[in-house]
Ligand binder design. Structure first.
Ligand code: GSH
Length: 204
């Protein structure tokens, strides 16, 4: 299998964390790929019309996207995986995955806005992005002790990757100051072998 991937992409990190957790990483060739919202990448677009990373190309040439679908596929290759629990726990894990993914989506849009020259920034959007991230951190800090007690699942992979992206692209936010319990859980996430192997600062 080959994975269009970028080391700074939090969605790609969620997928590679999942690949390590499911023991499928050795079966995946990582293809470092640049994507730009302003211009589709023709190589990726051959396999994914939306030209996004992550995109997984299977050995039969068919492609899977987006990160949720890829993670579920990788988990299906590991019969021992509990990344996608069954029963009532499933919905909580999927909700936490959606929250992590939503944080990533919001941060990516926010970063695009922050990179614009001041006269082109839309202040109302920036304020709303900041408000949504603050609200997500409040919720996650409240849930952090319970999250820490659960077996590692796809929600942990998504939230851990989203917070890792906050660390590398929004260093100025100091999110730990407002979310100390979450910060404690995140330290345990970043210490996992799957997280160490996929942290952008540990990659060439
Ligand atoms: N919902 C998608 C989001 C993926 C995504 O937004 N990837 C970004 C990089 S982090 C991207 O490819 N951006 C290029 C673009 O939007 O054209 C997923 O879960 O995989």
């Amino acid at each position: 299998m080959k994975l269009y991937w970028g080391k700074m992409s939090p969605f790609a990190r969620k997928v590679t964390v999942t690949a390590h957790e499911t023991g499928t990483i050795e079966r995946i060739e990582l293809i470092p790929t640049s994507v730009d919202m302003a211009k589709a990448n023709p190589e990726v677009q051959r396999d994914n019309p939306l030209s996004k990373v992550p995109t997984l190309v299977l050995d039969d040439g068919s492609a899977l996207y987006d990160s949720r679908t890829i993670c579920e596929y990788l988990a299906s290759l590991d019969p021992t995986s509990s990344l996608f629990p069954s029963g009532p726990e499933r919905w909580d894990a999927l909700r936490r995955q959606s929250l992590g993914d939503g944080i990533m989506d919001t941060l990516i849009l926010w970063r695009q806005e922050r990179l614009k020259p001041d006269e082109r920034k839309t202040i109302a959007w920036m304020d709303t992005f900041a408000d949504k991230i603050a609200a997500a951190l409040v919720l996650l800090d409240r849930e952090a002790r319970r999250i820490a007690e659960l077996p590692f699942d796809i929600g942990h992979a998504a939230i851990g990757s989203a917070l890792g992206y906050l660390d590398v692209r929004f260093e100025d936010l100091d999110w730990r100051a407002s979310a100390p319990h979450l910060a404690q859980w995140h330290a345990s996430f970043e210490a996992r072998p799957s997280a160490v192997a996929t942290h952008p600062f540990n990659l060439p």
